[in-house]
Design a protein around this ligand. Structure first.
Ligand SMILES: Cc1ncc(C[n+]2csc(CCOP(=O)(O)OP(=O)(O)O)c2C)c(N)n1
Length: 568
C-alpha cells in the first residue's frame, strides 16, 4: 500500500502499541498532524508548551512501563522539548520524540525555524535520527522504539524533514529481528562474575544493599527482597529506587544520601560490603567520594557498562540485567546472619530523630512535612505520587513511604523544576486512574502551570497539591546554611492559586491549618471528572533535615537542632 512518510510513522506507532501522544503542532510537522486525522485510534493530547509534552511522555512512560511519545515542530518547538529529553535521559525513561524539520533541501540554510535538533540533543538522547529518505522511515521508527525500551531505557529522537513526511512510497512493515550489531544489551553475568560476587557476599559481616532505579526497571523487587532476607542485609534506597522494595520491610533503611536517613548513611559508611543494585553512585548519594564507604568492597550490578567504575571503583563489576543476575546468584546463596551489624543499625535508628515528625510539632503553623505525612495517611500510602523538585520533593521522600514500584515519579538525576504537573498528567492518562497526586512547590508549579489547561481539556482527574512556602524553598535553605542568610532571588510572590484554578474551571481549596489537611484530601478525592487543586500554605522558613552538604563526607550530616519551644 502506498503511504506518505507521515502516514508511515503513524502506521508504525500503532504497531508499537502507541495509544496516546503528547505534542504541539507547527509548520514543519503539519503533514504529520494532518495525517493524524486518518488514525483516530491514537489520541493526541495538545499540551500548552512542548516542555509539557516531553514531561508528559516521560510521566506516562514511568507510570506504565510503556514508551511515551512526544511530538513537536522544528526550531523552537524542538528546542522546547530539550529539558524533558534531558530529564528522561538522566532517569532512564523510555520516550520517543518526533520532531518536524525544514524540508531537506533547506537544511543548513538557516531556513525559517531551522535548528539542528539532532545536534542539540546528541548528548541527551540514547540515539537520534535525521531521516533523509522516506524508504528508511518505517525501519527507523521500529528501531527507535527498540532502542528506547531495551537495555538501559532512554529517550530517542526522530527528526523528519517536511518533504520526507510528504513523500510517498510503498509501505511494508519491517518484520523480523532488528539488526544492530553495535547494540547488544547484556543480560546474564559470567560464571566468574557470579562466583566472585558470592565469595564477597559470604565473607561480608557488615553488608548493605544500595537499591536504585534499576530494581524497578528490571522488575527485580522479589529477587532483592529474597536476597536481603536470606543474607540478612539491610537495604538503602536511592530516591528513584523508592518503591523498589517496600519501605515497611524490616530490612529497609529508607532513602540514602543528601537528605536520606542518618542511619542509612551511617550504615553505608561503616559497611564492609556494598551491593550496588541498579544504581549509579550519583554525587547526591555518595557525598565526598574520597571518604565514601572507606572499608567496603563494592559489587556493582548495572545494565549499562559505562556506569561501572564511573564514580566508584567496583571490586566485582557485573554488567547485566539485575533481575537476571540476581536469579543467577540466588540459587547459590546460603543463609547468613548479621546479628551484631543489625543491632548496631537499630541503635542508629533509635538515635535518628530527624525523621521523627513528633519533633516538628507546632500548633499554629502548617508544616510541609505534616502535610505530606497526612497525605500519606489519607491515601493510605496507595497514591501514585508525582513530585516537582525542591524541599517538598525531599519531604515526600522522607514522609511518604512507598510500598510498590512505580508509585513515586520524580525527576532525580536532572532535578527539573516544572516536571511535576505535566508528568502527573501523563501518568494519570497512562494509568487511567484518579489516584495520581502531583505535589509541587510554588516555584516549580509556576514553571509549567499552563498545563492546567491541558488537564482540563482532557478531563484528566489529576490531583494537585501545591506546597506554598512563598520561597524557592530549597535554594533558600542553601542560602541560610551556606550564604549567611542572604536570601537573594528566593522570596517569590505567587498568583492566588485558588483563583487561578477557578479561572481554569478547576475546583480548588486553600488549607492553612493542619486539621484541615485530611478533610481537604477527602474532598479532593471526591472530584473524579477532572483536575482538582489544593494549596497548602506552609511555614516559610522550614529546613529539610538531615542534610549532607554538597561534597561533604556522607556521615557528616547537618541534623535537626533540638526543638525550641515553638518547635522550629
Ligand atoms: C528548571 C530548574 N531551575 C532551577 C532549579 C534550582 N532549584 C532547585 S530547588 C529550587 C527551589 C524550588 O522551589 P519551589 O518550587 O517553591 O519548591 P520548595 O523547595 O519550596 O519546596 C530551585 C530554584 C531547578 N532544580 N530546576
Amino acid at each position: 500500500m502506498k503511504l506518505t512518510g507521515a502516514e508511515i510513522v503513524l502506521e508504525c506507532l500503532i504497531r508499537e502499541g502507541v495509544e496516546v501522544m503528547f505534542g504541539y503542532p507547527g509548520g514543519a510537522i503539519l503533514p504529520f498532524y494532518d495525517a493524524m486525522t486518518k488514525y483516530p485510534q491514537i489520541h493526541h493530547v495538545l499540551t500548552r508548551h512542548e516542555q509539557g509534552a516531553s514531561h508528559m511522555a516521560d510521566g506516562y512512560a514511568r507510570a506504565t512501563g510503556k514508551v511515551g511519545v512526544a511530538v513537536a515542530t522544528s526550531g523552537p518547538g524542538a528546542t522546547n522539548l530539550v529539558t524533558g529529553i534531558a530529564t528522561a535521559m538522566m532517569d532512564s525513561s523510555p520516550i520517543v520524540c518526533i520532531t518536524g524539520q525544514v524540508a531537506s533541501p533547506a537544511i543548513g540554510s538557516d531556513a525559517f525555524q531551522e535548528v539542528d535538533v539532532t545536534g542539540v540533543t546528541l548528548p541527551i538522547t540514547k540515539h537520534s535520527y535525521l531521516v533523509y529518505d522516506v524508504e528508511d522511515l518505517a525501519y527507523i521508527v521500529r528501531e527507535a522504539f527498540h532502542i528506547a525500551r531495551t537495555g538501559r531505557p532512554g529517550p530517542v529522537l526522530i527528526d523528519i524533514p517536511k518533504d520526507v513526511q510528504n513523500a510517498v512510497t510503498e509501505f511494508e512493515y519491517p518484520e523480523g529481528e532488528i539488526y544492530l550489531p553495535g547494540y547488544k544489551p547484556p543480560q546474564k553475568a559470567s560464571a566468574e562474575g557470579i562466583q566472585a560476587a558470592l565469595d564477597l557476599i559470604q565473607k561480608a559481616e557488615r553488608p548493605v544493599i544500595l537499591a536504585g532505579h534499576g530494581v524497578l526497571m528490571s522488575g527485580a523487587t522479589k529477587e532483592v527482597i529474597e536476597f536481603a532476607e536470606r543474607t540478612q542485609t539491610p537495604i538503602a534506597l536511592t530516591l528513584l529506587g523508592k518503591g523498589g522494595v517496600p519501605e515497611s520491610h524490616p530490612m529497609s533503611l529508607g532513602m540514602m544520601g543528601m537528605h536520606g536517613t542518618g542511619y542509612a548513611n551511617l550504615a553505608i559508611q561503616n559497611a564492609d560490603l556494598l551491593l550496588a543494585f541498579g544504581m549509579r553512585f550519583d554525587d547526591r548519594v555518595t557525598g565526598n567520594l574520597k571518604t565514601y564507604a572507606p572499608d567496603a568492597k563494592k559489587i556493582h550490578i548495572d545494565i549499562d557498562a559505562s556506569e561501572i567504575h564511573k564514580n566508584v571503583r567496583a571490586d566485582v563489576p557485573i554488567v547485566g540485567d539485575l533481575k537476571t543476575v540476581l536469579n543467577q546468584i540466588l540459587p547459590a546463596l546460603s543463609a547468613v546472619e548479621h546479628r551484631e551489624w543489625l543491632a548496631q543499625i537499630r541503635d542508629w535508628m533509635e538515635d535518628a530523630d530527624e525523621r521523627d515528625i513528633v519533633h516538628q510539632h507546632v500548633t499554629n503553623k502548617l508544616l510541609a512535612a505534616h502535610v505530606i505525612r497526612d497525605m500519606w495517611a489519607a491515601t493510605q500510602g496507595n497514591a501514585i505520587v508525582v513530585t516537582d523538585v525542591g524541599q517538598h520533593q525531599m519531604w515526600e521522600a522522607q514522609y511518604y513511604p512507598h510500598e510498590r514500584p512505580h508509585t513515586l515519579i520524580t525527576s532525580g538525576g536532572l532535578g527539573t523544576m516544572g516536571f511535576g504537573l505535566p508528568a502527573a498528567i501523563g501518568a494519570a492518562m497512562g494509568l487511567k486512574t484518579n489516584n495520581v497526586w502531583c505535589i509541587a512547590g510554588d516555584g516549580g508549579f509556576q514553571m509549567t502551570m499552563s498545563e492546567l489547561a491541558t488537564a482540563v481539556q482532557e478531563r484528566v482527574p489529576v490531583k494537585i497539591a501545591i506546597v506554598n512556602n512563598g520561597y524557592l524553598g530549597m535554594v533558600r535553605q542553601w542560602q541560610e546554611f551556606f550564604y549567611e542568610e542572604r536570601y537573594n532571588a528566593t522570596p517569590m510572590i505567587t498568583p492566588d492559586f485558588v483563583k487561578l484554578a477557578d479561572a481554569y474551571g478547576i475546583p480548588a481549596r486553600r488549607i492553612t491549618q493542619r486539621e484541615d489537611v485530611i478533610p481537604a484530601m477527602e474532598w479532593a478525592d471526591s472530584v473524579t471528572d477532572g483536575p482538582v487543586l489544593l494549596e497548602f500554605v506552609v511555614e516559610k522558613h522550614d529546613i529539610v533535615y538531615p542534610m549532607v552538604p554538597a561534597g561533604a563526607d556522607l556521615h557528616n550530616m547537618i541534623r535537626r537542632p533540638v526543638p525550641s519551644p515553638d518547635g522550629l
